[in-house]
Design a protein around this ligand. Structure first.
Ligand code: ATP
Ligand code: MG
Length: 392
């Protein structure tokens, strides 16, 4: 009898030629996520993945917490694995239920059995009925059957081996990181952009991140906060490379030479252009921002048209139709919220006009920008960009 982690993934993505690519990548990512857990054996069988370790120090609970963050995994369970022999199954069932009752005072249960191995002498309903009886006589004073609303369900799957478990823990879902190409995230210290990055990463996309830092107008602590956010994100998406771009010179130049009401929009176009340069170098197929329609002046449809026109890569805005509260809910779930709300200054709030234009015109923007030496400003910023690798 041994403890094994059962990993389920959703079959809908597994049709056709991509199945192998998907599964191999998922296994590779699982192994990477479990590095540091000693030697683990990861095997695939019948659209499931099983993880076991002969190492006595292997911490299954901790390993499952890690696995919950692997995109592509739908759910995990800690299962008791035994040979598919009925006497052994009965003994393992009693032991499993015994240790479960030590964790909580459960009163009712039902058995759900699945016989995938048709050579097994009992069929699924027979296993349910018989094992139910075994449990009742094993724990006569504490447990009753309740098929409609049981305190726990004992799942028994008879396959080549038999797997017994009672908890299905939901995981990240989505698609395995690395199956969807790469994108570059404009990561600020706010609530939105980490969530935007996470949502795209969930679809199997690898991330690189760019942060525009306006030292000394934004402090080292503001930078540390973004590094921390990138670090949290990296635990979901198998590592992140964060590019920290010095942005002060550009902001000062815009502030000095362009009309006040167009400062923000011109600044945002510079961010996009620089992000695109970094994206092209690292093989990204798109940019990601945390914008939502109408959230602030620079996020109206008109403003986004003008920012988009600065670049040729597609700009993904996964939060476009979301309300702030919906974004916050995800930020809490992915554990970026507490860091995002730390009160450090944001470079976008520096040099802001009292009345930024909410309906900028592309023609005017381009005309105002002409006074800037764009190539020199961008080259200088890129040449001083610092790259931080977060392993995840
Ligand atoms: P966030 O909560 O992500 O900071 P926000 O609601 O504060 O977003 P803005 O400050 O207008 O909105 O920024 C819009 C988007 O532009 C951000 O979601 C982010 O993708 C990008 N962005 C803004 N500031 C920076 C920065 N300093 N570095 C990198 N990207 C930035
Ligand atoms: Mg912001």
């Amino acid at each position: 009898m041994e403890k094994v982690i059962l990993v389920r993934y959703e079959e809908i993505f597994l049709k056709g030629l991509n199945r192998n690519i998907f599964e191999n990548r998922l296994i590779k990512n699982i192994k990477q996520q479990l590095r540091g857990f000693g030697s683990v054996k990861v095997t695939r069988s019948q659209s499931r993945i099983y993880i076991e370790s002969s190492d006595a120090a292997f911490d299954e609970t901790e390993a499952m917490l890690r696995l919950k963050k692997v995109f592509g995994i739908a759910s995990v369970s800690l299962v008791t694995k035994v040979v598919s022999d009925y006497e052994t199954i009965k003994a393992a069932t009693l032991e499993h239920v015994g240790s479960l009752l030590k964790t909580k005072p459960y009163k009712t249960f039902k058995v759900e059995a699945k016989r995938a191995d048709k050579h097994f002498p009992l069929n699924s309903p027979q296993i349910c009925a018989d094992l139910g009886g075994v449990i009742l006589s094993g724990f006569p004073s504490s447990l009753k059957v309740n098929v409609h609303n049981p305190d726990f369900i004992l799942y028994v799957e008879v396959r080549e081996y038999t797997y017994i478990y009672s908890e299905i823990i939901p995981a990240a879902k989505g698609l395995p990181t690395g199956t969807g190409g790469k994108a570059t995230l404009l990561l600020s210290g706010g609530i939105d952009s980490p969530v935007a990055g996470w949502m795209v990463a969930k679809r199997g996309v690898e991330l690189e991140a760019v942060y525009f830092h306006s030292y000394p107008y934004t402090s080292e602590r503001a930078r540390d906060k973004v590094v921390k956010l990138a670090e949290i994100l990296s635990t979901w998406c198998m590592g992140i490379k964060l590019h920290v771009v010095p942005f002060t010179e550009i902001q000062l130049a815009i502030n000095e030479k362009c009309p006040q009401d167009y400062l923000t929009i011109i600044m945002r176009r510079y961010m996009m252009k620089i992000a695109q340069r970094i994206a092209e170098k690292n093989g990204s197929l798109g940019l990601i921002t945390g914008e939502a329609i109408g959230q602030v002046a620079s996020q109206t449809m008109e403003s986004m048209l003008v920012t988009n026109a600065a670049v040729t890569l597609p700009v993904y805005r996964p939060l476009v139709g979301m309300d702030k509260n919906e974004v916050i809910e995800i930020a809490r779930k992915i554990a970026t919220f507490d860091t995002s709300i730390l009160p450090y200054e944001d470079c976008c709030t520096l040099f802001v006009a009292k009345h930024p234009v909410t309906r900028p015109s592309l023609e005017k923007t381009k005309a105002y920008e002409k006074v800037l030496d764009e190539d020199a400003l961008i080259e200088a910023a890129l040449s001083q960009t610092e790259c931080i690798i977060l392993q995840g």
